[in-house]
Design a protein around this ligand. Structure first.
Ligand code: DGL
Length: 265
């Protein structure tokens, strides 16, 4: 077994989760796989998402990772039970549960909004998890597919981003939510615009930050935290050519990506 944490996503988005993990756990090695040849997952059927998630996770498992983080909200929402069944004995953590738990704890009036890809919203995974942590919560959920393109294009502020956000978020504003879960890897980049539209009284729950905290807890609970004292190593794999991933990824990770290797699944 390697000492690394495996992190996978449909593409570059999961780097927002990796960024939080390496910020909170600077000594941990990581291996990241972005399935850039088949992104996006969010618009696909549950059957396809499960198939893709199993293959991407399988690659990291073949590298001997000590734990698996499903950074892609769509994969976590749709495929988490399948992944846990397929890799028994391996700790598998998805982004949905930590985000749902934090939202359930944060809401003051019991009205929570959830935004994510079509696949994530259709699965109802966030609603189910929030209701488990806080029964009786009123939930308004909405798919915001264009946010993914805006984040990748770098249009995270300004007129266009604001217009799109105002349109998508209107039902959540009308629903009087006090807490909003950013249930997609790309949405932390749009936090400023989303905050402007929702107003300062709505708590924004960043599932990337919550997941990093959950990873730390899981490492403590399982005794799998690294004991290494050397600087941590971060390795990157992608399924399409690495060039675009490296350019885009720099913004999502907030740090340069040294080398990324292309793999075929
Ligand atoms: N990473 C995906 C998620 O968090 C967004 C991009 C996609 O649709 O694949 O749901």
């Amino acid at each position: 077994m390697s000492d690394a944490i495996g992190v996978f996503d449909s593409g570059v988005g999961g780097l927002t989760v990796l960024k939080e993990i390496s910020r909170l756990l600077p000594r941990e090695d990581t291996i990241y796989l972005g399935d850039t040849a088949r992104v996006p997952y969010g618009t696909r059927s549950a059957v396809t998402i499960r198939k893709y998630a199993l293959q991407t996770a399988g690659f990291l498992v073949s590298k001997g990772v000590k734990m698996l983080v499903v950074a892609c909200n769509t994969s976590a929402a749709v495929a988490l039970p399948t992944l846990r069944r397929s890799f028994p004995g391996l700790p598998v953590l998805g982004v949905t549960e930590p985000g749902a738990k934090a939202a359930a704890a944060a809401t003051t009036g019991g009205r929570v909004g959830v935004i994510g890809t079509e696949g994530t919203i259709r699965s109802g995974a966030y609603e189910k998890a929030i209701l488990r942590f806080r029964p009786g919560t009123r939930i308004v959920a909405r798919a915001c597919p264009l946010f993914v393109s805006l984040a990748e294009e770098g249009w995270v502020e300004g007129k266009v981003a604001h217009l799109v956000a105002a349109e998508y978020l209107e039902p959540l504003r009308a629903g009087g939510i006090d807490t909003l879960v950013l249930g997609c890897t790309h949405y932390p980049l749009l936090k400023g615009t989303i905050r402007k539209v929702m107003g300062p009284r709505v708590r924004l729950i960043d599932s990337a930050e919550e997941t990093a905290r959950a990873v730390r807890e899981m490492l403590e609970r399982t005794g799998l935290g690294t004991t290494s004292r050397r600087p941590s190593r971060h390795r990157f794999f992608v399924t399409d050519l690495p060039a675009k991933f490296k350019v885009l990824g720099r913004r999502f990770l907030d740090a340069p990506i040294g080398r990324a290797y292309q793999v075929d699944m």
